[in-house]
Each structure stands twice: as structure tokens, then as C-alpha cells.
Design a binder for this molecule. Structure first.
Ligand SMILES: [Zn+2]
Ligand SMILES: [Zn+2]
Length: 237
């Protein structure tokens, strides 16, 4: 039985950890067989991770992924080679993933904490995602994980995904899936066959507090922007 965590971020987007550190940590300190680095609207870190595991002949396998900011919420695009632009509808984005032969997974659906597919979006899709993230170990899953798991079992019947959404090394593997086999190809086949099982436990509280602080801080005015606002009227006068 293989184990995979297919949702995490590096310094190529808003993660704290470099791609090199992620790959080294997964190889030495976890029992994950497969990972996907899924930076926000950036594929470069994922491509680098795949190159690193090949060059270093590591046991860890890497699926190239990205977390696309669709107009209807975040979508994980896995096993793609070309970046899919942000801002398309979720329906269009799923079609674009499938055109590349990739796998599409709705990230943290129904989450109220970050842009996520609503139930209306999920029920209106003509291009269905291959999977739903029924367990997201970050703050994004708080209040929605159990609802999504139940809805998926009773209504959507897509492959269930568990992802850490890690932004730090410690959080990697806090959400994961198991599947028959142990390779990247095996896990992709298992998702397509709806034969995955999702597990997880929430990030340590300290990690949640750290990232929440960072997100809040990024929306506060910087001293420079405050100065500009104060100085501007004087300049006009
Ligand atoms: Zn997200
Ligand atoms: Zn994410």
C-alpha cells in the first residue's frame, strides 16, 4: 500500500520551505512514497522537485502539480506539464487539465477561509473533477472537512483526497492518501479509478497560528503604503 501527500507549497509561492528542503525532508523523515508540490499558479517548483529526485536518484516520486486560482475557487491540477492560467472558470480549468492528460482535484471544497468551490459550483460542473479533497489538514479544512467527506460519499462519488496543504516542513504528511502500489503512476491510476482512501490530522496549532498571522499581515498596510497615503494629499496641494 502506497502513501501520498499531493498538496503542499514551497517558496515558489507562499510556502516557507524551499523545494530542496522539501525533497530532502520527504526522503529522510517521512514514509511518503509520492508527493506533489502544488504552488499557487506556479509550476516551476514542481518541475524543479522532479528534476532533483531524478538527479539524486531518490526513492521519493514527484508528480508535477499546481494549485490553480480558478474564478470559482482553488483547483489542484496534477500530472501536467504546462501551467494552466488563473482566472478561468473551474469547469474550463478542469477541461484544460484533462486535455493535458492530468488529474483535477477540487482543493478544500466548501471552505469559508479561502477561495473554494461551493456546492453550487460542484453541482453545476459539466467537466467533473477526478477527486475532491475531503481532508485538508490546514485551517482551510476547519468546519468543512467532514461535510465534504459525507457529500462525496453520498452524492459526488469522486476519488477522495487528503492533503496537508503544508507551508512548513513539519506539516508535510499531515494529510495523505493510501493506494494500491507505490509509484506516481499507481496513485494517478487509483485517483482515476476512485480507489484512494484519505486520512489526516490537522496541522499543529502553532503552524496554523503562524500561517494565519502571515496571511493577515499580508493584508495590512505596510509603513510605506501608509506614508504614501499620508503624503499624497500634501503633494497634490
Ligand atoms: Zn488553496
Ligand atoms: Zn494549498
Amino acid at each position: 500500500m502506497g502513501k501520498a501527500d499531493l498538496h503542499m507549497h514551497s517558496t515558489f509561492s507562499d510556502g516557507y520551505q524551499t523545494v530542496g528542503d522539501i525533497v530532502a525532508h520527504v526522503e529522510r523523515a517521512t514514509d511518503l512514497d509520492v508527493i506533489a508540490i502544488t504552488d499557487h499558479d506556479c509550476i516551476d517548483g514542481a518541475l524543479l522537485a522532479r528534476d532533483l529526485v531524478t538527479q539524486q536518484r531518490l526513492r521519493t516520486q514527484v508528480i508535477v502539480g499546481v494549485e490553480v486560482s480558478t474564478a470559482d475557487g482553488h483547483l489542484l491540477a496534477l500530472a501536467i506539464e504546462t501551467l494552466i492560467p488563473a482566472g478561468l472558470s473551474m469547469d474550463e480549468t478542469i477541461a484544460a487539465v484533462h486535455e493535458q492528460g492530468g488529474v483535477a482535484v477540487a482543493a478544500h471544497p466548501l471552505s469559508r477561509w479561502c477561495p473554494s468551490a461551493s456546492i453550487e459550483t460542484l453541482t453545476s460542473l459539466t467537466n467533473l473533477p477526478d477527486g475532491l479533497e475531503v481532508y485538508n489538514a490546514s485551517f482551510a479544512g476547519i468546519g468543512s472537512n467532514s461535510k465534504v467527506r459525507m457529500l462525496n460519499a453520498m452524492r459526488f462519488c469522486r476519488a477522495e483526497l487528503g492533503g496537508s496543504d503544508a507551508h512548513t516542513l513539519k506539516a508535510i504528511g499531515s494529510g495523505y492518501i493510501t493506494f494500491d502500489g507505490s509509484t506516481a503512476e499507481d496513485v494517478l491510476n487509483a485517483i482515476r479509478a476512485c480507489a484512494t482512501v484519505a486520512y489526516g490530522k490537522q496541522w499543529p496549532r502553532r503552524e496554523i497560528a503562524r500561517l494565519t498571522y502571515r496571511k493577515v499581515r499580508s493584508h495590512l498596510p505596510t509603513p510605506r503604503s501608509v506614508t504614501r497615503r499620508v503624503i499624497k494629499p500634501q503633494t497634490i496641494n
